[in-house]
Write a protein that binds this ligand. Structure first.
Ligand code: SF4
Ligand code: SF4
Length: 358
């Protein structure tokens, strides 16, 4: 085939977002003078040109069925200017240029069962990963944890009660996406994988599995005359990284896969450097369908943060100011041998916090 016959590559990935943007936002791109918050769930952006746009934010369940999407789009066609966008935390945002359209739009969303909020110093919509719907390695269903927690935190989503913004995330396995936020709820496996030796040779590429283990706990082995793998359980940190490339190394377990809560993760911003989150509660039962134990811990942390933090302190800044021992005293969470530092140099520091010494 000559070069002249070669077809253009088909680009995949996200389409250019500009084509879907509200025309007033497109016109004023990069030319905004300021923005403010007229009421919970509503942002007002004012451009140097004098143009004004209002953004109305509502929480969704992230994994949307077609009926719900059509309902949301119909609301956008009827009560907004026909433009929507989704934020990274599964909120839908409508953009209008006429202030008179704001309240009817909020009323239509509320009527249809959607909650408007999630701006300024509120608890934003919990972000979550794919869970059982798309992924093959979850230890829990992220959507379920999010739904049951948000049901209890609706009042914090619709109001500006918190000292600053609170981002909560969930992650349905222990190793991959999600799980970096002011409060993160992550899966925590507590037992090494159980190996189905009959299947390993047929299903797993053993060198890849050995290479996946962060603490070199996996070795090739012959079991019952078949090539398989073995795990040094003294070394294994129960991370679950061997399960994706080798499903016969079953790590998910109804009883021993727990939840853990980490706090204080933050990306860098104009005021501070990035901070790593720290484990504050472990071994929480993974208890569907409402996960009451995990929710109670999150609510307890939020209550102490709300009462104790200064205005505009994020959770990590609040804890840094009062100190970690005081955080555990105030929240009543037990400090155990499972609390570790932030995994830098984990080989040397696992189970030995550099922050708290008892
Ligand atoms: S957190 Fe883990 S289990 Fe959940 S979607 Fe991401 S990779 Fe899959
Ligand atoms: S669970 Fe993690 S530490 Fe344990 S054997 Fe598998 S990869 Fe290694």
């Amino acid at each position: 085939m000559s070069m002249a016959d070669m077809r253009e590559p088909i680009e995949s990935g996200c389409p250019d977002g500009f084509q879907y943007m509200h025309p007033v936002m497109r016109k004023n791109f990069g030319q905004w003078k300021y923005h403010d918050d007229p009421q919970p769930g509503v942002l007002r952006h004012v451009a140097f040109s004098g143009d004004v746009v209002f953004t109305i934010k509502a929480g969704t369940q992230r994994i949307l069925d077609v009926f719900t999407l059509r309902t949301l789009c119909d609301i956008g066609d009827k009560f907004a200017d026909g433009f929507i966008r989704f934020t990274i935390r599964s909120n839908i945002e409508y953009i209008v240029t006429d202030e008179a359209k704001v309240q009817p739009l909020i009323d239509a969303l509320t009527e249809a069962g959607f909650i408007v909020g999630g701006t300024k110093n509120s608890v934003t919509s919990l972000s979550h990963t794919q869970g059982w719907l798309h992924c093959d390695i979850p230890g829990t269903d992220a959507s379920g944890v999010v739904k049951s927690m948000m049901d209890e935190l609706i009042g914090e989503f619709t109001a500006w009660n918190m000292p600053n913004r609170v981002h909560i995330t969930t992650s349905c396995c222990q190793i991959n996406c999600g799980g970096q936020g002011d409060i993160a709820i992550n899966v925590q496996h507590t037992k090494p994988p159980k190996i189905d030796h009959n299947l390993v040779a047929n299903v797993c590429e053993r060198p890849s599995v050995v290479a996946r283990c962060p603490v070199a706990a996996i070795r090739p082995a012959m079991v019952n005359g078949k090539p398989s793998l073995e795990v040094d359980e003294k070394k294994c940190i129960c991370c679950g990284a061997c399960f994706p490339p080798c499903p016969p190394m079953q790590i998910n377990d109804a009883e021993h896969s727990k939840l853990a809560v980490w706090i204080g993760g933050n990306h860098s911003n104009a005021r501070g450097k990035p901070t790593f989150q720290k484990l504050v509660a472990s071994g929480i039962p993974n208890n569907p369908p409402r996960w009451p134990e995990a929710t109670a811990i999150v609510k307890r942390i939020l209550k102490e943060y709300k009462e104790g933090a200064k205005d505009w302190e994020r959770i990590n800044e609040w804890v840094e100011r009062i100190g970690w021992p005081r955080f555990f005293e105030k929240t009543g969470l037990p400090f155990t041998k499972y609390h570790v530092d932030n995994w830098r140099g984990a080989r040397a520091s696992l189970n030995a916090s550099t922050h708290i010494r008892f």
